[in-house]
Design a protein around this ligand. Structure first.
Ligand code: NAD
Length: 484
């Protein structure tokens, strides 16, 4: 290939990492890909030098320069305040999308789902992974689930652009907006808005529980799935597992400026150094990398040679099956067999096809869907720590303090209404929510709320949290209590 080589940062990692990285680099070099590698140190040895996130500070310079990272798995030491290298890299480099193709290679690799070919597109930065958690009382802890319009729009646009670039026909969103009407509801709404811009791609939304059940049972009904961080974390492991071949899958983490590519498996320390590890996960991750940097021709050559090899029954020990496999090879021989097949195409499995010149990174996705609305302050939820009593007793204490056009609307405990007219059976913890709003739906002032909080503090209430209630173009931006 002519022109300047594309600089790529690589890390050999731990355990089987160096073996599978060597095999992958040999394949890349033989494929005609035009790449220049810069190596950085990550993983166990770096952790053991006391660097808690497992990466030398100087390694960031290489990543910021090349913006493309091909990473072998690492061993994460247990305990000792060590931080996950992946979480650190994702956060620092803004890698908002995690892409995991989960494909069955029937009849060459054992699986209960021979027709499976699903790509999971997982939001990578928000949701419960924002890491905002509190313990507020003796009994009650809280994790904040953050879902933003830009975060949702970015990942959903990415999923549709990915579907378009990869000739996929359907995108399914997994949400739980029957329960989380505001946060998951936003994701669902943005999904519907953006789907309308891609009329050639079918779209559907499923509640995540039934969606996950169907994914495990009939994965062939799915094509691309886009979902929030936590659901994506769970279903992408289910999806990879049921292809029957976790060791074969690669994944990418994509940001506006940088991207990271890796196998989905770990460092497999028990087989490290034996030369038997399957390098397929990292090789297929490197195929995703080549597509990302616009070297689709080399990506296609490697991927098709790899499919041919799976068909030819040249298998590593983890997928070797008597009667199906023809030869059991080690890591190096696997790479050499693959190199020998560069230029070949599979005859039974569907050949890979990447548009030459097409860039599938979609870097700098333009956000278009934000609409300004009129925001009005209409009330406040005040959370207090209090042990014992019931909703009526709590109301009697707080009612005399609520004035200046404010009205106590409802008291709830763990989201369940306990005043007015609470059910006597409701179990109450020490975490109470008092909802105050303007009389007759009037606009409320910050000062009126602040003064109420001061009066409550003076009266001895232990206020652990407050949350203002707004409407947006008249639509409440807050949920009602169960039973309200
Ligand atoms: P693992 O994926 O390393 O191993 C699970 C099983 O699969 C083992 O039996 C292993 O021998 C086998 N296996 C994995 N990859 C294989 C391959 N390429 N060829 C053949 N067999 C393979 O998971 P684990 O044992 O839970 O974790 C081991 C270490 O890897 C831990 O320190 C963990 O923190 C780390 N890890 C790192 C990453 C990463 O760097 N992205 C991801 C997952 C786990």
């Amino acid at each position: 290939m002519s022109g300047e080589p594309t600089p790529i940062t690589i890390a050999r990692g731990d355990g089987i990492g160096p073996e599978i990285m060597d095999a992958t680099l040999e394949v890349l070099q033989a494929s005609g890909a035009n790449l220049a590698f810069e190596e950085i140190q990550i993983g166990e040895s770096v952790y053991k030098r006391g660097i808690l996130n497992g990466m030398e500070p100087s390694a960031w310079d290489s990543l910021r320069r090349t913006k493309v990272f091909l990473k072998a798995p690492i061993t994460t030491p247990q305990g000792g305040g060590y931080k996950s290298l992946n979480v650190t890299i994702r956060g620092a480099l803004g890698l908002f999308a995690n892409i995991r193709p989960c494909v069955s290679y029937h009849p060459f690799v054992n699986t209960k789902h021979p027709q499976m070919d699903v790509v999971i597109v997982r939001e990578n930065e928000e949701d419960l992974y924002a890491g905002i958690e509190y313990r507020q009382t003796q009994d009650v802890t809280q994790a904040v689930k953050l879902i933003s319009r830009p975060g949702s729009e970015k990942i959903i646009r990415y999923a549709f652009e990915y579907a378009r670039a990869n000739h996929r026909h359907k995108v399914t969103a997994f949400v739980k907006d029957n329960i989380m009407k505001i946060s998951d509801g936003l994701f669902h709404r943005v999904f519907d808005e953006i789907a309308a811009e891609y009329p050639e791609i079918e779209h559907e939304t499923m509640i995540v529980d039934i969606g996950a059940a169907r994914l495990a049972d009939t994965p062939e009904q799915f094509d691309v799935i886009v979902t929030l961080n936590l659901y994506g974390d769970i279903i992408s492991d289910i999806a990879a597992q049921i292809t029957g071949s976790v060791g074969l899958a690669g994944s990418s983490n994509i940001g506006d400026q940088c991207a990271m590519f890796e196998a989905i498996h770990g460092s497999a320390p028990t087989i490290a150094g034996k030369g038997i590890a399957n390098p397929s996960g990292l090789i297929l991750a490197s195929v995703m990398m080549l597509v990302h940097i616009g070297q689709a021709e080399a990506a296609e050559r490697i991927h098709n040679a790899w499919l041919k090899m799976i068909e030819d029954g040249i298998h590593t020990v983890d997928i070797f099956k008597r009667g199906v496999s023809k030869a059991r090879v080690g890591t190096r021989d696997f790479a050499q067999n693959l190199i020998d097949r560069l230029g070949d195409r599979p005859t039974t499995l569907t050949p890979a096809s990447y548009e030459v010149g097409a860039k599938a990174s979609f870097a700098g996705i333009e956000l278009k869907s934000r609409k300004d609305t009129t925001k009005r302050l209409v009330g406040c939820d005040i959370f207090v720590d209090h042990t014992g009593g019931d909703g009526d007793a709590m109301a009697q204490r707080v009612l005399p303090l609520v004035k200046d056009g404010l009205k106590l609307m409802v008291i709830s405990n763990r989201g369940q209404k306990v005043w007015p007219e609470g059910a006597p059976e409701t179990f109450c913890t020490d975490h109470w929510r008092l909802r105050v709003m303007g009389e007759a739906d009037a606009t409320v002032t910050q000062n009126a709320i602040a003064e109420l909080i001061v009066r409550m503090a003076d009266a001895g209430f232990d206020i652990v949290q407050t949350a203002r209630l707004y409407t947006f173009d008249g639509v409440p931006g807050f949920s009602l209590s169960q039973g309200q």
